[in-house]
Design a binder for this molecule. Sequence first.
Ligand code: IVH
Length: 680
Amino acid sequence: MGDQTNPAKRVQQLKQLLESANIAYYVDDAPTISDAEYDAAMYELIQLEELHPNLKSPDSPTCRVGAPPATAFEPASHRVPMLSLDNAFNDEELRAFDGRVKRVLEMDAEAEIDYTVELKIDGLAMSLSYQNEQLISAVTRGDGSTGELITDNIRTVRAIPLALMGLPLPTFVEVRGEVYMSHQEFARINALREQNGEATFANPRNAAAGSVRQLDSRITADRRLSFFGYALGACEGMPQPTSQWQLLQILKTWGFPVNPHAKRLQGIEAVIAHCTEWAEKRDSLGYDIDGIVVKVNNLALQQQLGSVARSPRWAIAYKFPAQQVKTLVLDVKWQVGRTGAVTPVAVMESVNVGGVNVKSATLHNEDEIARKGVMIGDWVMIQRAGDVIPEVVSVLTDLRTGEEQPVIRPVQCPECGAEVERPEGETIARCVNLQCPAQVVERVIHFCSRDAMDIEGLGDKIPRMLFEQGLVKDPSDLYNLTMEQLLPLEGFKQKLAEKLSGAIQASKSVALNRLIFALGIRQVGQKAAQTLAKQFGSLDAFMLATEVQLLEVPDVGPATAKEIVEFFEREGNREVIRKLLEAGVNPEEMEANRSDALAGQTFVFTGALQSFTREKAEELVQQMGGKASGSVSKKTSHVVAGENAGSKLTKAQQLGVSVLTEQQFTELMREIGVEMVDEG
Ligand code: IVH
């Protein structure tokens, strides 16, 4: 026990004990105290700070347990923008990068550049600002210039120092690095989520992203995220490092974990060998990496190289090839989705692909099966690239025995026996029965899901159970569940039942775009739901929209407009919505953000635009009441010409149509109150 009479001194002691334990654990990988000792010290410090609030400082390890929930994340800008990297997918592209570097630096083609190579951690980039050594803010990458302020959440990451430790100490610095989740932690979190009937995370990166963006930082604290530092943004009050390698050493003295596999290599051939080596052994780490970052080591040379668009010319990301593994197709099952789509799924002998056990892979649709020529009993190569669902890449026809069976799409729904129909010209076959149990369950699951109504605790298990027990036949039934109905269900204790009904009740006040997405209208994804919510402002207005009105909405094409109208024409759907509203579901209305500043004007975009995409520009023009068109005529008001504009520009000049540069267009938009933000 420490000094009991001098609380200030004891607080100091405990702070030091806890922070050095963090460094020992996260930076040096050599724990000095047990979890129990850590928890006891933390508990004592919390008590002392409660008793003596004046002794609590922002760098106290007690911040790491999380703070009460925030309502939203504030935007915050980076002092120095956060760039992204160009990719190289093979040796040739790495050599081309090396050649470019030497050309710009006017170096001999045979010269060997001094490179620092680092693992490309598959997490989320963060910028951490320290003023007078204290962590004052943590901001996500966002669009590279502005991100979200998530300081409370980042304080809970024990690998991140709350105060810089060793020399040289800057007066202000932005430290950049990657927040990620280890495989071990990922497994722990998913096991817990599964126990609680919550949807599991698809991969560690998604889990880290979900954890970092929690409004309640106490949840982030429970997730035990990790961090590696690898770059600086603004840096004041100390001499700049002279190389990337030195920068990494400085990060270590400040107390940041720096990835131990960083290396200095001379010349691109050594770099290529290193990349090949890691492509083989990437699975041996306890965390995901998706490539190797290659950086010109010398900072003066980096400055000379500068950057183009949003990527530095002094660095490149080598991306590993997708991992492919051979396995046997045991069977093909037809799965019925929420929209009735009947999709083939290959059931395979379980294999490990990039650290994940895979025993099924999507075959997409009948045409894909025909194109790839997959038969039941075939040996196939499957691949899993990044987040995506594993898929069958090719059939190893040489290994056929003649026993293989063709894959035949069922004519009756495997779930309800209704007819399966494949309309002329479509690739997807669908079960025509809207009451098909598989569709109904999937609709309820979709309704509850994270991007829809986000009802915590309702993953896919519980909705399935509620449906099987006859308690929930459509999403509105969720809101009428009683404790008497929930408690007898298998695995339900008072606490879980209370938690669930709390979460269901809480979902009643919901953003309009979420509710629109949750309805599960075909073709209406998250993005379209957002645009529609903005455009119509209320559920009533949206439900009453005609096909013509819908077609005016940016991103809504004829197929989507038709689906929306048909959806609301169905009495069953209107009934569900009526019941939802009756049960108290209350979508927040939004101010419909149409304007008519550009009414009557038609814009044509041509050539390569630098700071925004053509789609984005067209969407904004439409939102301001203007029209965007793909071809130039006398009626065109302005042609916005980017680099290498071709025939459309010539035509505009011939017709005497006004031609704007990208800059002039940005200014025009600014005048009517639209800021064209650069999207990363
Ligand atoms: S350097 C200008 N180093 O990769 C330099 N990035 O595609 C920018 N990343 O946004 C980043 N590990 O999220 C750098 N050792 C590493 C990295 C790394 C992962 C991520 C980072 C960045 C993205 C660029």
